[in-house]
Write a protein that binds this ligand. Structure first.
Ligand code: ACO
Length: 320
């Protein structure tokens, strides 16, 4: 019992920003960024909203799946950067695409958001609450980036990836997910401060803070374990897996995971060079690029994994 991916889509802002562009306003270089992260380019909004991108990506996914918006019964948007605090990005997307029959809500599991959305949708399928879901990972990270901090501003990009997923009673799908709130300070951005007639607060809006080495250690330890756990539940080994679609935080994390799983890097498609780290949008955009370029084909044993702030992580094993 599980799901089948029917269609995918992606959207990014028009404004492409190279490492050299960033080196014009912070003390960095293409060489440093490329070597440490694998990132060479990212797309940064000059006006596109999260829901502009989510709508475009969703319409492409519906087109690939040959489905209409009114056939969707569940919309989940994984995001930590919605246009509005409320209502949710998912409700706005529902209105924008005319998915009049859907339940819609957001989840915030940071870079694991799309995988958490997939696991939640699978739970809806299992309990008869939905038969067709539109799952979106979407971020405008640039609005919470400190553009004077070279340690973080070089890493992130904006984008949205979408996926139409149908209930399939014959599919075998397994997950392994978790959270560790005690490590929340490794990667965070505070919300607007308390400010009311009883507590005056002059603080300005916060931006992303990251302990890069702590995040690195967490990722290389936890992600292989989660993947191994999900593979064990599915009764498959790493050798049986055709493709590993991992969150694109940086190249060195993916190389370390590949080494731990004893699989060659050719099994781990990479897109961070073009898109940077787009948090919840990474995995669905990676999936879309690899389906459209023919790397991911029907019948392939597939692993997807997300990991990030929270800390959170989630791995899924399924046949595309
Ligand atoms: N350009 C040039 N120099 C820089 C830059 C930059 N963009 N950023 C940092 N440096 C400098 C630092 O100031 C420091 O200089 P110093 O030695 O004179 O003090 C030096 O480079 C080393 O800094 P570190 O922070 O120790 O660099 P590190 O080797 O750890 O690399 C990185 C940083 C790439 C972020 C690394 O920690 C990493 O890969 N972390 C994983 C976390 C990650 O990928 N986060 C993404 C978001 S989280 C997620 O998606 C799960």
């Amino acid at each position: 019992m599980g799901f089948r991916i029917m269609g995918t889509g992606r959207a990014v802002p028009a404004n492409a920003v190279s490492n050299d562009d960033i080196a014009k306003f912070v003390d960095t270089s293409d060489e440093w960024i490329s070597q440490r992260t694998g990132i060479k380019n990212r797309y940064i909004s000059t006006g596109e909203t999260l829901n502009d991108l989510a709508k475009e990506a969703s319409e492409k996914a519906m087109e690939m799946a040959h489905v209409t918006a009114d056939s969707i019964d569940l919309i989940i948007v994984g995001t930590l950067s919605p246009d509005r605090i409320y209502p949710s990005a998912a409700c706005e997307l529902q209105a924008n695409i005319g998915a009049v029959n859907a339940i819609a809500f957001d989840i915030n599991a940071a870079c694991s958001g799309f995988l958490f959305a997939l696991q939640i949708a699978n739970g809806y399928f299992a309990t008869g609450g939905a038969k067709r879901a539109l799952l979106v990972g979407a971020e405008i990270l640039s609005k919470m980036t400190d553009w004077t901090d070279r340690g973080t501003c070089v890493l992130f990009g904006d984008g949205a990836g979408a996926c139409i997923v149908d209930y399939d009673k014959d599919a075998v799908v397994t997950f392994s997910s978790g959270s560790d709130g005690t490590k929340g300070d490794a990667l965070y951005c505070n919300n607007r401060p308390i400010n009311n007639p009883f507590l005056k607060n002059e603080s300005s809006l916060d931006h992303t803070h990251m302990d890069g080495q702590e995040v690195f250690k967490f990722a290389v330890k936890t992600v292989p374990r989660a993947i191994e756990d999900a593979m064990e539940k599915a009764g498959v080994t790493a050798q049986d897996v055709d493709v590993f679609l991992l969150h694109q935080a940086n190249l060195r994390i993916i190389e370390a995971v590949a080494k731990r799983l004893k699989r060659p890097m050719e099994k781990f498609p990479l897109i961070m060079s073009e898109f940077g780290n787009m948090s919840a949008a990474c995995v669905p955009i990676l999936l879309d690029t690899q389906i459209r370029n023919g790397t991911v084909q029907r019948g392939m044993q597939t692993v997807m994994a997300g990991f990030g702030a929270g800390l959170t992580w989630c791995a899924a094993v399924f046949v595309y």
